[in-house]
Structure formats: C-alpha cells, structure tokens
Design a protein around this ligand. Structure first.
Ligand SMILES: Cc1ncc(COP(=O)(O)O)c(C=O)c1O
Length: 403
C-alpha cells in the first residue's frame, strides 16, 4: 500500500534550531559548574508580581475562557495604539493594530499577506532563522542580502538595489537585530523604506527588541509619519521579551487597514484569536510598567558591558557586534565550523550559545550569544571558563587555541 509523503517543502526545512541546540545540553557532565545558557533570547526572570497577578486573575475569569476578536481585544488594541503613537510621535488608531499569538505568528501571517509560492522576499543575512524557515516552508524564495562585518552588519541601499527584481514582494528587516544586535540608524531605515516605496514593495520591520534600546535614544524611526506607511509598512512586535511573558504568546502587527483584513483571514485559520488572559493583563501593563521596562533594559545593558569585558579578557575571542540583547562573537578557531565550536563549548565548558550557521550562509566564524539571559556574575564566569581552553575537533590545518 502506498504511504503518504509529507509536504517536501516542510521536510526540507532544517530542524528547529533551538530544539537542536537544547539537545547538546546532555553532552555536558557539569565538570566546570552549572550550565550557562545563552542560547535562546528569553528573559531569565518571571514577570513582575502585579503583572503575574493580573494574568492569574484573567486566566480564572469566565470571559477570558471564551473566544475573543480575531485581531485582538479592543482594550489592548487601544492601549497599544496609544503606546506606539507616543513612542514614535505619531497618531495611529487602533484600527491599524492586530494582536497576534507572538511575533513569529505575526511574521507568518504577514508573509501570507505579502507573498505566495514563487515570489521572493529579501532577507538580510545573517537572518532570524524562523523568518527563513517560514519562507522556505511556504515556497517563497528568500532573496539573500548579505551584510558585512565591516559595515557593522547593516545592509546598504546599493546592496538592496542589486538583489531586487520583479519577483520581489517585500524586504524584511530586524532592528535591533537578531542575531547580530545591530541597531539600524533611522536614516538607513528611511533610505531602505524609500526604495521599497519606489519599487512597490512592503517593508516588514520586526522591532521585537525595541524596548531594549538605550533610554533617551528617541524614536527608532520616522516611518509611521510618512504618507506611504499605510500601504508599505508592516511593523511587527513581540511582548515576549519586554514583559517577560514568552509563554503567553503575544505579539502585534501595525499595518494599513486593507492589509489587516488579510491578516484577519490568516489569523482566523491558525489561531482564531490571540490568548486572552495575557491580552487583559497587557492592557494594564503597557501604561503601568514603563519604569520596570526601563530598569530591565538598563540591567540588560549592564550584562552586555559585563559580557564585552569577559570576551575582551579572553584571548582569541572577539565581540564583533553587540546590541540590545545579543552579541555576535568571532570564535578563535579559524576554519572550524561554528556548530563544532558551539557543541564543544557546551560539552567542555558548559556554555550554550548558537552557532552563526543557524543564521545563514557564511556565518561559520561567528557565534550568537544571548547575554540578556544571564546574570552579570555568571557572565564573569564565562571568562574564567574560556581561559580553561577548548579542544575543538578541528580539521588538520586548523590551529587550536587554548586559553
Ligand atoms: C527577531 C525576533 N522576532 C520574533 C521573535 C519571536 O517572538 P515571539 O515570542 O513573540 O513569537 C523573536 C524571538 O526570539 C525574535 O528574535
């Protein structure tokens, strides 16, 4: 009897990267101390008590047990529209907001909104892996736009123009960036947006790490202020990091109303409505947790400083880019695949990070470190462990550095 075959596009997608990295943890025997996990970008603490209490109360309510509106409950759409309008100094109404079950779902739905199999979407490399995976499984070509270390891992207008053709439907940008941490200057975002407008493309801008920009740095761009924004800009956001609620799965899209009509169809099929207890709690948290968000961003910036100091003290290792949540680090094992180095790091030194190769081609020299997850004391411990040295299983021509 013939067996069914799974969708070949889905079968061809690489295994989920975080699950793969978590699998390496079992290789560590604890020889130099407890595991230091800098793999997934996830807050290392629970949400603050007033938010947790509201989540609990909302979860116990009969109302939150019912289906809600597909694009999110009105209270949260109102509050988020006001919050974003203040942050960017614009006036966006709640009809421009959709609440989603996390930013990954927002991206997937947005991709359904902009492209179909056979189209292309421009993705700077290194990419955020779930973006590439979403495109691959839907048959949309990821049109690669390599960014260089020497350019601070920022794309250029010339680079973008060089990869565009009539099959391209959108440009995807992540700022502050995952994996490099690079923060795209407002002028660069404006320049890239203008190219999107000129070429009839959408700009999908994922600002999941927006709240971790240094305080006082001002709005991260002025794109919402432009008349073309309603037609060309799709802004994505995650409540996971800034409110320490990744398990409650909440994110947001801001786009033009016709675009959101499409989102309503897409989200109805995969989710019906975003989780409701979290929506109720966030409607309170957004205006009331500003101080907590600022303190948490400052604490994370201090961890970034501690991490930079730890790497500066580690011979052969180099922080090549650092931003709001992540550092992109060059490892000292020239020619050794990043995955080999990452596996050795956890196996021998109990430090779990992600290899650059999870984020696209030509990233073998790098590792992504989510320093935001780990306390400053544990970050100092990273320097002590790196000084012990690492024995990577390297090709013969490769130099192995100890210490
Ligand atoms: C750039 C980026 N977008 C989206 C997400 C996923 O966010 P969410 O938990 O809201 O789905 C992440 C999480 O790591 C991310 O780094």
């Amino acid at each position: 009897m013939p067996k069914p075959t799974p969708n070949p596009r889905l079968a061809a997608v690489d295994p989920a990267p975080i699950a793969r990295a978590f699998g390496w943890r079992d290789s560590y025997d604890g020889r130099v101390g407890p595991l230091i996990d800098c793999s997934q970008a996830v807050p290392d603490h629970a949400p603050p008590a007033p938010l947790a209490e509201r989540l609990g109360a909302a979860a116990a309510s009969a109302d939150a047990a019912r289906y809600g509106a597909i694009l999110g409950d009105q209270a949260l759409r109102d509050v988020y529209a006001t919050h974003v309008s203040r942050f960017y100094g614009v006036d966006l109404g709640p009809q421009r907001v959709a609440i989603t079950a996390g930013c990954n779902q927002a991206f997937f739905a947005a991709m359904l909104g902009v492209a179909t199999a056979g189209d292309a979407v421009v993705l700077p490399v290194p990419w955020y892996f779930n973006h590439q995976m979403s495109l691959a499984m839907t048959g949309v070509e990821a049109r690669l736009l390599p960014v260089r270390e020497t350019d601070g891992f920022l794309p250029t207008a010339e680079g973008l123009r060089a990869v565009l053709d009539e099959r391209c439907r959108a440009l995807v940008l992540v700022s502050p960036n995952n994996p490099t941490g690079a923060v795209y200057p407002p002028a660069l975002l404006a320049e890239l947006f203008e190219i999107c407008v000129e070429r009839g493309l959408y700009l999908i801008l994922d600002e999941t790490y927006r709240d971790f920009l240094p305080s006082g740095s001002g709005p991260s761009h002025d794109l919402f202020d432009r008349p073309e924004a309603a037609d060309h800009l799709v802004s994505l956001y995650s409540f996971s990091k800034a409110y320490a609620i990744p398990g409650h799965r909440l994110g947001a899209i801001i786009a033009g109303e016709p675009f959101l009509e499409g989102m309503q169809k897409a989200i109805d099929c995969v989710q019906i409505c975003p989780p409701r207890p979290g929506q109720a709690a966030l409607a309170w948290a957004i205006p009331n947790m500003a101080e907590w968000r600022r303190e948490s961003a400052e604490a994370i910036a201090a961890r970034g400083d501690a991490f930079a100091a730890a790497i500066a003290a580690s011979k052969g290792w180099d922080v090549v880019q650092r931003g709001a949540y992540f550092a992109y680090v060059r490892h000292p094992y020239k020619g050794v695949p990043a995955e080999t180095v990452a596996e050795a790091l956890v196996r021998e030194l109990g430090i779990l990070v992600l290899p650059g190769s999870f984020f696209g081609p030509d990233q073998e020299a790098y590792l992504r470190v989510a320093f935001a997850n780990v306390s400053s004391e544990r970050i100092e411990e990273i320097a002590r462990r790196l000084a012990i040295g690492l024995d990577v299983t390297a090709p013969a021509e490769t130099e192995t550095i100890h210490g």
